[in-house]
Ligand binder design. Sequence first.
Ligand code: PLP
Length: 386
Amino acid sequence: MNILSDRQKLLGTETAFETLAKAKKLEAEGKDIVHLEIGEPDFDTPGHIKAAAKIALDQGYTHYGPSPGQMELRETIARHQTERQGYNVSPENIIVTPGGKPVMFFTMLALINPGDEVIYPNPGFPIYESMINYVGGVPKPLKLNESSKFNADIDELESLITERTRLIIVNSPNNPCGSVIPDEDLKRISHIADSNDIMVLSDEIYKDMYYDGLEHCSITKFGETKNRTIILDGFSKSYAMTGWRLGYGVFPDFMVDDVSKLMTNSVSCTSVFIQMAGIEALNGPQDSVKEIMEEFTIRRTLIVDGLNNLKGIKCTMPKGAFYAFPNIRNTGMSSKEFSDRALYECGVALLPGTAFGEFGEGYIRVSFANSSKNLLEAISRISKIL
Ligand code: PLP
């Protein structure tokens, strides 16, 4: 019997979790696996944030809270965003969510009618495409080109605009490519959105993760785009808090009540004692963010150099996040064949580029959220299938 809705058949997934499950199964069978598949910092959540959660539990923050989030946290986030974005962000526009991911879901549910078109980066985070399909939207992939350091051609973006275009998704720094959208391109995208009355979802979850002294620039800095932009952000990456499930969106005025209703309808509210720990994460010492990036900087060189020394592999240096996205075409293998052989023949779990969309063929994604020792081990193992 299959009584699933038609809509359900449209839902995609995030392959990272599937690959992790396969790798764990192999480990349970006694195989040694190097994990380069999952997108989470391999550091522990800083002690002062854990301590704040424990105190909040003891203080009784164990009941339902307001659907859009604890006002104290929304105020803290608003101050943080005001500082980072350079314009005044009001606590009223913040909705706290269990992780950054629901912001994608809620944005699509609230904005997209069947047949509405959504432009999104490809290769890109797979949940964008999955959610667009799920709500009946029409996915319009915007190719990120290796020749432009995995950035899009903005003329091409412009050519994708039709009267049905409702939303443009930007993600900088980008998962899986580690690319950073140049300010000039953001300015042009902002102009396109403003002049065509198109909403923008700006996924800024990696905004603390830049290399070579680069600094974060949000599309909301240009034109009037901040009034039509949903900023997706959260605590998962910057504070190594993936398992806590704490994120938020900065929503334009007209969306706030309806997205709060979506929170009420789906999860009621984000776990309250965890929200209290979020206040500590933003207000407390920021050394851990710096330390994480110092370590990632060392590993980035190690993995990119290591990959470039392998026959048939060519890897661009990422400018942000903690992913390398090497071109493997000259190995003669497809992305899937490469990642399957890496897992089953050498015990290295990584993702095929196609897990991030059709334009990911010919690439693999390597998360360098693992120790330098394990990264070197992975390179040495991969060399055996080449
Ligand atoms: N956006 C991008 C581009 C991501 O890579 C991820 C997680 O991998 C998320 C959003 C979701 O983050 P969270 O774990 O806070 O839901």
